[in-house]
Structures are given as structure tokens and as C-alpha cells.
Design a protein around this ligand. Structure first.
Ligand code: THU
Length: 138
């Protein structure tokens, strides 16, 4: 069970990571933080002059957790400066699903306005490891 304090800490980490976004083209800054057990890993969007090579905040946070040896993500928080909380893009939903199909997804926009979903709500009938006969990472 994830406590409200953990969620607040996760959202604060995403908000802080957003400050390190590199988004000179879209000027759409995104910060993300993933919770794994008690550990938090952060990411921000990093764009590129060759636009398709830009990487979303959520995927960078997932990469940080996986490189640290983690395989099961309990929750992800996203932070943007938009008035409405931004949900993760479709590609990021797919990447998040790999490491926690039941994870909580919290998003915070400007004025600390929050939305809260489950990943299965955002990505129903997901394609995952089991569809390839591969066990989910533990
Ligand atoms: N972006 C993210 O970082 N996460 C999302 O879920 C949506 C989009 C980034 C990609 C790009 O740098 C900018 O936001 C505008 O699409």
C-alpha cells in the first residue's frame, strides 16, 4: 500500500526533475518520478534537434530505475506546467506496462492540480511479456 506521504514525495520529485528538462523545441517541460519499493528514480524529457530522437520524461525515469537493478514499478508521477494534469503518452504507457501493469499513475499540473489513474485504466488490454510467453520480471 502506498501512503499519501509517499505519493506527495513522488510528485515533489517529478516536479523537481521537471526543472532539469531539456525542451528547447516544444518548450513543454515534463518531469517524472517512479516509485519502486521505497526508492524513487527521476527523469525529464530530453529533446533533440533531430526531433524524433527526443525522449519522454517517463521513459527516462524507467531507464534510471532499470539500470539501478529494479524491475517492478509501483507508481509513476508526472509533472508539467499545464493547467490540466497531463497523462503519459501512449508510448510511455506501453513502456510503463512492462514493469508494472497495475501501477498507479499520478499527474500534477500547474497550481498543484492532480489526477490519479491506474495504468490498466490508461492502457486496457495491454500487450505485454505474457503475450510472448515470457514471465514478467520480478
Ligand atoms: N512528453 C513527455 O515527456 N511525456 C509525455 O508523456 C508526453 C510528452 C514530452 C515529449 C516532448 O519533449 C514534449 O513533451 C512535447 O511532446
Amino acid at each position: 500500500m502506498i501512503s499519501n506521504e509517499q505519493i506527495d514525495e513522488l510528485v515533489a520529485a517529478a516536479r523537481s526533475a521537471k526543472e532539469r528538462a531539456y525542451a528547447p523545441y516544444s518548450r513543454f517541460r515534463v518531469g517524472a518520478a517512479v516509485l519502486v519499493g521505497g526508492r524513487i528514480f527521476v527523469g525529464a524529457n530530453i529533446e533533440n534537434a533531430s526531433y524524433p530522437l527526443s525522449v519522454c520524461a517517463e521513459r527516462n525515469a524507467v531507464a534510471a530505475a532499470v539500470i539501478a537493478g529494479e524491475r517492478r514499478i509501483d507508481a509513476v508521477a508526472v509533472s508539467t506546467d499545464e493547467s490540466e494534469p497531463t497523462p503519459p503518452c501512449g508510448g510511455c504507457r506501453q513502456v510503463l506496462n512492462e514493469f508494472g501493469p497495475a501501477m498507479r499513475v499520478i499527474s500534477e499540473g500547474a497550481d498543484a492540480k492532480r489526477a490519479d489513474w491506474s495504468l490498466s485504466e490508461l492502457l486496457p488490454h495491454a500487450f505485454g511479456p505474457e503475450d510472448l510467453g515470457v514471465d514478467r520480471p520480478t
